[in-house]
Design a binder for this molecule. Sequence first.
Ligand code: ADE
Ligand code: ZN
Length: 323
Amino acid sequence: MHDLLTLPKAELHLHIEGTLEPELVFALARRNRLTVPFADVEALRTAYRFDDLVSFLDLYYACMDVLRTEEDFADLVTDYARRAAAQGVRHVEMFFDPQAHTSRGIPLDVVMAGLTEGIRRASALHDLSAGLIACFLRDRPVEEAHSTLDALAGHVDSLLGIGLDSAEVGYPPSLFTEVYRDARQMGLRLVAHAGEEGPPSYVWEAIDELGVDRVDHGVRVMEDSALVQRLQSDRMPLTLCPLSNVRLRVLPDLSFHPMQAMLSAGLVVTVNSDDPAYFGGYAGDNFVALAEDLPLGQDDFVLMARNSFDASFIDDDRRRELM
Ligand code: ADE
Ligand code: ZN
């Protein structure tokens, strides 16, 4: 089953800041003359252990402080692209968190220039297309999401869409209904994290109030049979992240993952890595881990890989090339 590692796939749930491997943290800190509050790479890797989403986010935001210049963001993308391409990723729609950078004084123009240069280099080096999805941090004030969207308007041609991430519980999607309405009017595609730690009601809000094109995570949807029915009849894609769910203790271990029940219910499921540097594996590793722990067949994996291309916002020329 290890050809699953390299089975051609699209990655639709990937935080580019979550691809920051400890080696790159130290390399960028050295380049930018910063000190890392860990003795060495091994000490930092040991800290990549979490009790829940918030305990992960604390380290995730702390580590990204080493990202300062255009070149840093470009290097982050090219490092990820090399690892992803080796695991069959042919197309990636990567999230980034503008507020996590602007709030510490890094201009949005620097972030955008670095990420787009990284994508240009990555597609020159590998058979890999890529696009960007700007996520709003749902645990920061809603007004800040509005002003961030205003700033993003100057970069709309470099974006596929918008998303919603960070600490979920207590921050329901409906808080962001107007932000999503404005983004839709700008021609952007819409996605949102929902049903990772938060309840199924957050997934209802994401589809009914935000009008999302895909739901990120949704691992908890099986708790609500009416929701499953709705997702199935809408053919609403879910971007699941199995290793993330185990590392963030959403599930005790992978044998508890509802993937098989989701497939049986006819849901459009995809397999993704979320924050691979922190969660122990890239896209292909997530396929392999599912195969090891769940009684899924080769046909299931081929279907999930096909779903990833179907559910992508890929342009028609690239879609014809890949499918
Ligand atoms: N930001 C980075 N990874 C995330 C996740 N898994 N959930 C919510 N916000 C995130
Ligand atoms: Zn995520």
